[in-house]
Design a protein around this ligand. Structure first.
Ligand code: NAP
Length: 316
C-alpha cells in the first residue's frame, strides 16, 4: 500500500514453506505488502517496525533497528522469548481456535490409543498372541493435563466428551467447567498422584524446563502413561528413560524432543514403551493463522494498539 512500509516475513524454514506462508499472508491482507526478509532493501530494513515471524534467525531481526512488534505464526514462542525477551519488543504468539481444535483431536486420539492398550495389542500381534486385557471404562481412567491454556482447555473439553475424568494444572488457579483444577507445586503433586494418563501442554519456560524430573515422575501411580505434545525439555530425558525401563510408566507418546528431528541414534526410537511422533500433533493452519495475523495488523493500523499476548517476564 502506498506510504506504508512492507512487512517482512522472517523465517528459517525452507524455501517452499516460506513461499506458502507468503502466499497465505498476502491472501489474508491484500492491502499490505508482505516480503520475504531477504527481499527487503536497506531503507525498508532501516524503517521496518513490524515483522511476521516463524522461527526467525535472531541475526535477521537485529538488522531491523526500528522494530517494535514481532508477530509469530507459531503458538510456542520459547526461542523468541529467549532471543528478544530483554529487548523491549512486543511479542504476539498465535492463538487460533483451529489449532486448539486440532490439538484437542490429537489429545483425544492418543489418549484413546493408550486407554485401549493399542501398543500392547500391537506387540501381541507380533508374537501371534491371542489374549484380551480386562476392559477399563473411560470413567475409570483419570487424565491429568499440565497446562490449562488455549490448548489444554480445548483438550479437556474433548476428553470430557469422551467420558474421561479430567484434571488440569496451571500457574494461576483456573476454573474450567467439569475439570478438577490444580495450581502450585502442592497442586501438581496432588494431581500427579491421581493421574493415569498425563498430557503435557505447557509452554517451555525457565519454570517448566525439567519440571517432570525423577521425583515428580515417581508421584504418578504405577502403570501410568504419558503424552508430551508441548516441548521435549519439559521432561527430564534420563528420568523418563528410567521409569520406562523400570515399567513404572507403562508407555509414553512423544511428539516433541530437545533436538528435532530426533537423531537416528536417540533411545526413544527403539524403546518398546515409546511411540515417537514427528512433531505432528497440531500443525498450524496457514489460512486461519494468516487471518488472525491480518486482523491484529488491521487493528494496529486503525488504532495504533499492538495485540501483544506474550509476557517475557513469565516466559509465555
Ligand atoms: P497458553 O494458552 O499460554 O497456556 C499455557 C498454560 O500453561 C496456561 O494454563 C499456564 O498457566 C500454564 N503454565 C505456564 N507456565 C506454568 C507453570 N510454571 N506452572 C504451571 N502452569 C504453567 O499456551 P497454549 O496455546 O495452550 O500452548 C501450550 C504449548 O503447546 C505451547 O507453548 C507450545 O509449546 C505447545 N504446542 C505444541 C504443538 C505441537 O504440535 N506439538 C502445537 C502448538 C503448540 P496460566 O493459565 O496460569 O497462565
Amino acid at each position: 500500500m502506498s506510504g506504508r512500509l512492507p512487512i517482512p516475513f522472517v523465517s528459517q524454514s525452507d524455501a517452499a514453506s516460506v513461499a506458502a506462508w507468503l502466499q497465505a499472508l498476502r491472501a489474508a491482507m491484500p492491502e499490505e505488502e508482505i516480503l520475504a526478509f531477504a527481499d527487503l532493501n536497506e531503507h525498508q530494513r532501516a524503517q521496518c517496525r513490524l515483522a511476521i515471524v516463524a522461527n526467525p534467525d535472531p541475526v535477521h531481526l537485529k538488522q531491523l533497528p526500528q522494530l517494535q512488534w514481532v508477530h509469530s505464526v507459531w503458538a510456542g514462542v520459547e526461542r523468541l522469548v529467549a532471543d528478544l525477551g530483554q529487548s523491549g519488543l512486543q511479542i504476539t504468539r498465535l492463538v487460533d481456535p483451529r489449532l486448539a481444535a486440532t490439538m484437542a483431536e490429537a489429545v483425544l486420539a492418543w489418549t484413546l490409543y493408550l486407554h485401549r492398550d493399542m501398543p500392547h495389542y500391537a506387540r501381541q500381534q507380533q508374537a501371534r498372541q491371542w489374549q484380551p486385557l480386562e476392559y477399563v471404562l473411560p470413567e475409570q481412567r483419570r487424565v491429568g493435563i499440565l497446562g490449562l491454556g488455549a490448548l489444554g482447555q480445548a483438550a479437556a473439553g474433548a476428553l470430557r466428551q469422551a467420558r474421561f475424568p479430567v484434571m488440569g494444572w496451571s500457574r494461576s488457579a483456573r476454573s474450567v467447567p467439569g475439570v478438577q483444577s490444580y495450581s502450585g507445586m502442592d497442586g501438581l503433586a496432588q494431581m500427579l498422584a491421581q493421574t493415569d494418563i498425563l498430557v503435557c501442554l505447557l509452554p517451555l519456560t525457565a519454570d517448566t524446563r525439567g519440571l517432570l524430573d525423577a521425583t515428580r515422575l515417581a508421584l504418578l501411580p504405577p502403570q501410568a502413561q504419558l503424552i508430551n505434545f508441548a516441548r521435549g525439555p519439559i521432561i527430564d530425558d534420563a528420568a523418563l528413560r528410567q521409569v520406562l525401563d523400570d515399567g513404572r510408566v507403562r508407555h509414553a507418546v512423544l511428539d516433541v524432543f530437545a533436538t528435532e528431528p530426533l537423531p537416528p541414534e536417540a533411545w526413544p526410537w527403539s524403546h518398546p514403551s515409546v511411540t515417537v511422533l514427528p512433531h505432528c500433533s497440531a500443525p498450524t493452519d496457514s489460512g486461519t493463522a494468516s487471518a488472525i495475523v491480518a486482523a491484529n495488523i488491521r487493528h494496529y493500523r486503525q488504532t495504533g494498539e499492538i495485540a501483544a499476548n506474550v509476557d517475557p517476564g513469565r516466559g509465555y
